[in-house]
Each structure stands twice: as structure tokens, then as C-alpha cells.
Design a protein around this ligand. Sequence first.
Ligand code: ADP
Length: 157
Amino acid sequence: MDEEGWFSVTPEEIAVRHAQRSIAGGVVIDCFAGMGGNSIQFAALGYHVISIDIDPLKVEMASNNAKIYGVDNYIDFIVGDFLQLAPSLKGNVAFLSPPWGGPSYKMTHNFTLDLLKPVDWYTLFQVAQRITPNIIMFLPRNVDVCQVEQLSWLSLP
Ligand code: ADP
């Protein structure tokens, strides 16, 4: 892990729950994989994972972490920009955990979706929808739930 990894990695118990909720199974795309905390838990349940990060060092660390957990055979690591790769990706589940802007997200009373990076969430959500209707989004607990509700209506049924 690097320094940023310690605050940005998904806590292991939460990553386990994310994976358990991923009932659409098959191939899971971890679109902003970071240290690989989520990819590892999807792989541990036997899903095939496509694990993407724009930073080659993150991918190197995630790959090493997957080896430590003994699940590297279930994960294909890709260095690249998810937004550019998206049109050529196929999968059953898209897991989105994009940058929240670092630990300062906690200071915001109402975390609106435009605070997310690298693009606004409506755009990101629509990019993911072209891959699969099964989208898991990992959002801060102080997120604006009205906005999340609006977003979820986009993915009916
Ligand atoms: P946080 O603000 O939650 O700490 P990070 O800044 O660590 O989030 O970002 C999460 C991960 O997303 C990082 O590993 C970063 O390299 C990766 N990332 C950022 N932009 C892209 C992108 N366009 N495509 C793929 N991965 C990206």
C-alpha cells in the first residue's frame, strides 16, 4: 500500500458485503480499483474480475495484494482510464468507487454527486449503464440521498 491507499482502500468488511450484494455475478468490472480491496473480495467469491486503474503503481500494488490473498488467477488487471476503456468492456456488474476527493469529504454536510471525480456522476453512471444495468456505487455516508434516488431511477427496472 502507498500512503493514499491507507485512507482510500475499502475497509475489508465493507468490501466483503459489496461482493455479497453482487448477485448478478459472472464478470465484475472494478472501474477504479486502487489497491484492489474490492477486486479481491469479488474474486474470493469466484467471480471473474476486470480490475482497472489509471495509475500503473496502483495496479502493481493491487496485483501484489491479490497474490497475497491467493485470488490473482481470477483477476485481469488493466492500466487505463475507465472512461476511455468503457466502450470496449463487457461485464455483468460494474462496480464504481471513483475518487471522493480524499478524506476531506467528511467535512461536507451534504456530499453532492458533482464533488466526485473524474467526471460528474450522471455522466459516469451513463457510461457504466452502456456496459450493464447492474451497477454498484460506493458513495460516502454523507451523500445527498435525493440525488442518489434520482440516479437510481435512471436504471429502472
Ligand atoms: P479517494 O478520493 O476516494 O481517496 P482516489 O483519489 O484514491 O480516491 O481514487 C481512487 C482510484 O481511482 C485511484 O487509485 C485512482 O488512481 C483511480 N482513478 C482516478 N481516475 C481514474 C480513471 N479515469 N480511470 C481509472 N482509474 C482512475
